[in-house]
Design a protein around this ligand. Structure first.
Ligand code: ARG
Length: 459
């Protein structure tokens, strides 16, 4: 397609290093759609005769049907999906096929195809994350009253509700979704018609092709159109942030499923066994989600480094933009699906959570706060008194609220029997009813809002 000025063909190594068809064949639907929009516009503008435009369009439909039925042939000599499609079109309809490439270049073609693909990937990620939210919100609603230890430094800190903990991930996922929605919106300008880099002398209608492909408008600068890949980086950075969130949920599932914690029993369907230790049930899916986050971040890093310092406009380095995006998209889709299944089907061992929170002296802050409120003791002193109470409970091997009033009064005589109303874990979580707090009533409110936003019933 470009050999006119060359005396000899490319070497085998040149053909191999140059070929993007092994991966950019994934763009075939976008390539056909963009070519059809382009040729319809060429016909409407009288740049290509109406009969030729119609023949090209029908021919592109035949090529698409072949790809659908048999896959895209991988011939390195044709380099990429653009030339593969055009060459097959020529075989099918003859010389008129040569008119398709009027007033465009592979540079604007690849930018358009890839942007269409990334836009669709944003829509898919948003939808898949919506399904994860449904699972999280459903389980959070079931466990608005379930009490577990809340951690800082992975040490028991204060009692929280399991529903509150699960809803923390709902919030993260909500922001992840908004990042994909933003990336989609920012990629709403169509590069087609920028041609090689400078625009074209043909009287094309870029607004028509942009609209036909579902873009809001054409891009405003031809150099920028063919040389920027920030739409792909927006997607990859949204994917990396999302993968980070998923890896934290995965990590918690791994820890919670370990025997010393025993907070959850993971679904068999998302676990594996050991070939040597019959008792083992391993959280492999969660571990792989944790691991995939590393690869997805690697994909984002790879494209950033590829783009860094590239002069305008197109350089062949940019052909390397697609593998990291495709890889990240498939890893992310699997990761979201795995975590959705885990959120939906994990069995929460609420008895174990309850025991852990009682043995962790999680209501120590409540005791200190009570000393401040009821006995007007400065918080620093109250903190110290409470420390002594925890030490005594630890020595006796009992929960804080199992200490007797005499025990407590021996530590500080200002304590009276009203203190027992704040020492239970139920009282502790119920008291944290500030907006966004862990109180079951607050969790139910947020779950109800989330269910409404997700289009779910009241549940
Ligand atoms: N295969 C190329 C890519 O994916 C298409 C653009 C080629 N443009 C060029 N000037 N050689 O980036």
């Amino acid at each position: 397609m470009w050999g006119g000025r060359f005396a000899e063909g490319p070497s085998a190594i040149m053909r191999e290093i140059n070929a993007s068809i092994p991966f950019d064949k994934a763009l075939w639907r976008q390539d056909i759609a963009a070519s059809k929009a382009h040729v319809a516009m060429l016909g409407a503008q009288g740049i290509v005769a109406a009969e030729d435009a119609a023949a090209i369009s029908a021919g592109l439909d035949r090529v698409a049907a072949e790809y659908e039925a048999n896959g895209v042939p991988e011939n390195w000599d044709l380099e990429d999906i653009h030339m593969t499609t055009e060459s097959r079109l020529a075989e099918l309809i003859g010389a008129a096929a040569g008119r398709l490439h009027t007033a465009r270049s592979r540079n604007d073609q690849v930018a358009t195809d890839f942007k269409l693909w990334v836009r669709e990937a944003c829509v898919q990620a948003d939808a898949a994350l919506g399904a994860l939210q449904v699972a999280l919100v459903t389980r959070a609603g079931e466990h608005a009253d379930t009490i577990m230890p809340g951690f800082t430094h992975l040490q028991t800190a204060q009692p929280v509700t399991l529903g509150h903990h699960l809803m923390a991930y709902y919030e993260m996922v909500q922001r992840d979704r908004s990042r994909f929605v933003d990336a989609h919106a920012r990629a709403s300008q169509c590069p087609l018609g920028a041609a090689a880099l400078a625009g074209t002398g043909f009287a094309i209608d870029r607004h028509a092709t942009a609209a036909a492909l579902g873009f809001a408008m054409p891009t405003a600068n031809s150099l920028d159109s063919v040389s920027d890949r920030d739409f792909a980086l927006d997607y990859l950075m949204a994917a990396a942030q999302c993968a980070l969130h998923l890896s934290r949920l995965a990590e918690e599932m791994i820890i919670w499923a370990s025997q010393p914690f025993g907070f959850v029993t993971l679904p068999d369907s998302l676990s594996t066994g050991s070939s040597i230790m019959p008792q083992k049930k391993n959280p492999d899916a969660a571990e792989l989600v944790r691991g995939h986050a590393g690869r997805i971040i690697g994909c984002a890093t790879a494209l950033m480094v590829t783009m860094k310092g590239l002069p305008l406009a197109y350089s062949k380095d940019m052909q390397d933009d697609k593998p990291p995006v495709f890889e990240a998209a498939s890893l992310l889709a699997l990761s979201i699906a795995a975590m959705t299944g885990m959120a939906a089907e994990t069995r929460f061992r609420t008895d174990r959570m309850r025991k852990a929170v009682e043995l962790g002296y999680a209501t120590a802050t409540d005791l200190a706060d009570w000393l401040v409120r009821a006995a007007d003791i400065p918080f620093r002193e109250a903190h110290h008194i409470t420390g002594a109470a925890v030490k005594l409970a630890e020595q006796k091997g009992v929960a804080l609220d199992a200490l007797s009033l005499d025990d407590l009064r021996a530590i500080d005589a200002r304590i009276d029997s009203r203190v027992f109303s704040v020492l239970s874990v139920e009282a502790s979580v119920a008291a944290r009813a500030s907006y966004g707090g862990t109180a079951p009533a607050q969790v139910r409110l947020r779950v109800a809002e989330a269910r409404l936003a997700l289009g779910l019933g009241e549940g």
